[in-house]
Ligand binder design. Structure first.
Ligand code: DSN
Length: 435
């Protein structure tokens, strides 16, 4: 029995090791992922993981939090500094949990919330079948300009003025271009609504001075996960310039006791280290991400792949979207690329029915992780050439896999962090001598 279950445990460990090897020789291009710095990774195996802390530093429900309190105070301070926010709550354990906290704080069942549609790029937590619906709120979609992959400004102004939503929410998993928030100010005023921006995908760009700066564009609250363009742990954050004191209290209560009990202290520590590193390296990193995304868009487009928005330079973020319906569809292309070691995801495009999520027209491509391991614009051309071999030339992905592994040999380090010489995707042999 012991031997059998030790075998099961080793099976799990072995597969995690294989995963490391796979990612270490692949091109990870999921737009919502990234790798943490070694210093941040170290926090994940600390004793912080084993402990509880509820409430606020200095006002806890458990003993033993002396050092946890010092860390939490520091993480809040770093978050406020990086995002120039009056208010930061670093306790949400994921982006969706942060969103639930805001929904419980600022809305009640039956309230209307204007938002992007999922097929136009919205995150699922903003949908009827996601957190907004779980709170019992009514999402009302913004009119969308498919050609420019953004809200239709005139239509959105009209909608907000008519509907007078409780919250005007802007939250996407595909943010190619900044939301023109400044153009909507009058509508926000007239509706007297809360303005909420879910910046999960672009937090690292925002902090690095790229894309847009929602908290200075009329947004009251910005949420996000902390592991995308901000290359931190799987966690969430709430940043705000509260409309009034009452809002501050509501947000606080929305998090705890609202939707978070213990807040996973090891990832909080990792977040703090990520924030400190981003204060130093974030600008340089964000600028390179956007340059790389544009370069990859151009190179793919020149090779016959239908990347959206060529007339706008493809993107202003880390993300590209391509319509691959003529190449076999999103599911087929994403799987073929995976076999070649190029990891992207199939993605709905605005003209897809939401029910076709398992076989949509598009793929979504992110360059934040390739940038993190040191790739520059000229490397994007190499990546595009390899992708073309699968998508356009229909070459055997297993053959292309060898080229991918060869290319990756030149990119083994994590950049834009305090320990820039460290190996990416390293498997740390924590437990020696098992078995
Ligand atoms: N749905 C995830 C993504 O954008 O990939 C984010 O939660």
């Amino acid at each position: 029995m012991i031997d059998e279950l030790k075998g099961e445990a080793l099976f799990i460990r072995e597969n995690v090791k294989k995963h490391h090897e796979f990612f270490g020789s692949a091109l990870p291009m999921i737009a919502s992922e990234n790798i943490m710095s070694p210093l941040a990774q170290e926090m994940l195996i600390s004793d912080f993981h084993n402990r509880y802390a509820e409430g606020h530093p200095g006002a806890r429900y458990y003993q033993g939090n002396e050092y946890v309190d010092a860390v939490e105070r520091k993480v809040i301070e770093l978050a406020k500094r990086l995002f120039r926010a009056e208010y930061a709550d670093v306790r949400p354990i994921s982006g969706t949990v942060a969103n639930l906290a805001v929904l419980f704080a600022l809305a009640k069942p039956g309230d209307k919330i204007t938002t992007y549609s999922v097929s136009d790029g919205a995150h699922i937590s903003t949908a009827k079948f996601g957190a907004v619906g779980v709170r019992g709120c009514e999402p009302v979609p913004y009119p969308f300009d498919r050609e420019n992959m953004n809200i239709d400004v005139d239509g959105t102004i009209k909608l907000i003025k008519e509907i007078k939503p409780k919250i005007a929410l802007f939250g996407c998993s595909v943010y190619l271009f900044p939301t023109p928030l400044k153009d909507l100010q009058d509508a926000f005023q007239e509706a007297d609504c809360y303005v909420w921006y879910d910046g999960a995908h672009v937090l690292g760009l925002i902090a690095g001075g790229k894309f847009q700066d929602p908290l200075r564009e009329g947004v009251h609250v910005m949420t996000g996960s902390t592991h995308k363009t901000l290359p931190g742990p799987q966690r969430g954050i709430i940043l705000a310039n509260p409309k009034h004191e009452k809002m501050r209290k509501k947000l606080d209560y929305g998090v705890f006791p609202g939707v978070v009990s213990n807040h996973h202290l090891h990832t909080m520590a990792a977040l703090g280290i990520t924030l400190a590193e981003h204060i130093v390296f974030g600008k340089e990193y964000a600028e390179q991400i956007v340059r790389n995304a544009k370069a990859l868009g151009q190179a793919l487009y020149e090779r016959g792949i239908d990347v959206l928005c060529p007339h706008l330079g493809f993107t202003e973020s880390h993300t590209l979207v391509a319509d691959v319906s003529k190449n076999g569809g999103g599911a087929y292309v994403a799987e073929a690329l995976e076999k070649a070691g190029i990891i992207v995801n199939k993605n709905l495009l605005p003209w897809d029915d939401v029910d076709s999520a398992m076989n949509p027209s598009g793929i979504r491509i992110g360059v934040q992780e390739l940038t993190r391991i040191g790739m520059k614009e000229n490397d994007m051309v190499d990546v595009a050439e390899i992708m073309k071999k699968v998508i356009i030339d229909g070459k055997d992905p297993k053959e292309v896999r060898k080229e991918v592994a060869e290319l990756r040999k030149n990119f083994t380090k994590i950049h834009y962090c305090f320990t820039s010489n460290a190996e990416a995707y390293k498997y740390y042999e924590l437990v020696k001598g098992v078995g």
